[in-house]
Design a protein around this ligand. Structure first.
Ligand SMILES: [Cu+2]
Length: 291
């Protein structure tokens, strides 16, 4: 009777290790936030509560972006939705708050990538991606208009920094109705949106190895100029198929280039957002990561 439990323990311990390694490697390239948030955010990471991982960071990386988003609580903070059930089809405010161990609503948040709260909403089958910036209410809670086009279980990620420590807390939001899940599109190097062609270069590295994700945006074969978005040239969220583990990275310098360390073999969905031709565009790629 003990044997399965022991096996599970070993499995979980292994997962812990790869996530720790991903944390150490994950943010070698983050230096590009807006000046207001960059210095504070990165300086604070060094002396945050993640000190145990600093020892792994032999290359001297700042280490801000872990694979996160698997837990509703972390570091004494909990994400609470006002209502875990939403209606389909029409916009309604999604209200939530971050509570501390004392059950009090957390009110103070750091500015990160020009915002104090980033909210990612995506259905469990990795469709319906939304990246929203809620408004803080006088009582410290957050609210944002949200429209969910189809029934299903959605994952809600609150991505923020508190006391210098970046956090991604996640919970489920149910939309009742008949669900037709989609399978993940196969890996492909090109995606299109709004007549723009986005190409992803770089070979997929193996699990745990640092890999570069370089995107180019063209229209009719000509490069398209990118405007700043959230203090950088673009924003990338990677979610792992299956458990929707969350990897949040930001681009190098002034190009749409990211470095990431995928923590395990499997398939990931990359959601790239950038601003060009006067509006925000979102494209998605499937990435297969080998052992
Ligand atoms: Cu955001």
């Amino acid at each position: 009777m003990n044997r399965p439990a022991l096996k599970l323990g070993g499995f979980l311990a292994g997962l812990g290790f790869v996530f720790a390694a991903a944390f150490a490697l994950g943010d070698a390239f983050a230096p590009l936030h807006d000046p207001d948030s960059s210095a504070a955010g990165h300086a604070a990471v060094t002396d945050s509560g993640h000190g145990g991982m600093d020892g792994m960071d032999a290359a001297g990386h700042g280490g801000a972006d872990a694979v996160r988003g698997l837990a509703v609580s972390n570091d004494g903070l909990t994400l609470e939705l006002a209502d875990p059930v939403a209606a389909v089809g029409h916009p309604a405010p999604l209200r939530f708050r971050i509570v501390g161990d004392d059950r009090k609503t957390v009110r103070e948040f750091d500015l990160e990538h020009t915002k104090r709260m980033h909210l990612i909403v995506v259905r469990r089958d990795l469709t319906g991606f939304q990246h929203l910036h809620p408004t803080q209410q006088p009582d410290g809670s957050w609210s944002v208009p949200l429209r969910l086009a189809e029934p299903g279980t959605y994952r809600v990620f609150a991505d923020f920094s508190h006391g210098g420590t970046p956090e991604t807390l996640a919970t489920d939001l149910q939309v009742d109705g008949p669900v037709s899940s989609r399978t993940l599109p196969p890996p492909a190097p090109v995606a299109t949106a709004d007549g723009l062609r986005v190409e992803l270069a770089g070979d997929p590295a193996g699990a745990g190895a640092e890999t570069e994700l370089a995107f180019t945006v063209t229209r009719d074969g000509r490069p398209v100029a990118l405007a700043d978005y959230l203090g950088a040239k673009g924003h990338l969220v990677a979610l792992r198929e299956g458990d929707l583990a969350f990897l949040h990275v930001h681009p190098d310098a002034d190009r749409l280039r990211f470095r990431a360390s995928f923590p395990s073999a499997g398939r990931y969905r990359l959601f790239l957002q950038f601003r060009a031709e006067g509006r925000l565009h979102t494209v998605a790629f499937t990435r297969e990561v080998a052992v």
